[in-house]
Write a protein that binds this ligand. Sequence first.
Ligand code: ADP
Ligand code: MG
Length: 237
Amino acid sequence: MLELENLTVRFGGLTAVNAVSLKVGSEDVMGLVGPNGAGKTTLFNAISGLARPTAGAIRFGGSSILRLPIHQRARLGIGRTFQIPQPLHELTVRENLIVAQRFGTGSVDQRRIDEVLDFTSLADKAERNAANELALTELKALEVAKALATNPSLLLLDEVLAGLETKGKRRFIGMLKELHARFRVGILIIEHDIETISSLCQRVAVLNFGQLIADGTPDAVFRDPEVVRSYTGASHA
Ligand SMILES: Nc1ncnc2c1ncn2[C@@H]1O[C@H](COP(=O)(O)OP(=O)(O)O)[C@@H](O)[C@H]1O
Ligand SMILES: [Mg+2]
């Protein structure tokens, strides 16, 4: 479904993403890990259209999406969440979903929104103000809900589990597994916690200094000495 070929993103002299080649299938739940500053978010930005690649190719469903603006990539089926939840502060939860859905699909489908609210356990918070009246877990759920409202076939999740305590995390992981099965979306998830990746993903890719240094099953990847070194070595944020 998604195919990156030698994808490179430079910011001046800094190569944030360095010749990354990667395929994510429509059935995949794939992890993306690596130290702070490794280029994970920049990779998501390049895929979703927020960062302009310096070189390389991005194909989705077989066609290049390099020249497409953000909303057209969303309409093709690429949904994403942001590392720091960014709800529209003046609006309710439901209104946030409507805005996201209109941006991502070009129209509004209240049935889909109700389904998504229900699925993410936000139904009874739908008329609350997004910014002031939600707890962190709910803000994270809203991030996922906004992306889901756009009918994605691929979801890019940027550290949606970060900052949650163990119980909240476990519930969220369950929700993501169910989401994958029920909405038939492929998932690429940035996440630091090895246990979480191992429980959620069949595959995991590792970025270090912008380069892909491993891609395989969590079991194999987390035993790879180069991966272990990148995890225990100094971070380079
Ligand atoms: N818009 C930007 N302009 C300049 N440098 C950036 C920009 N975005 C990210 N970077 C740099 O690119 C590198 C990768 O950042 P990022 O993709 O956020 O890493 P990660 O998500 O893996 O922690 C970092 O060194 C970061 O400072
Ligand atoms: Mg990041």
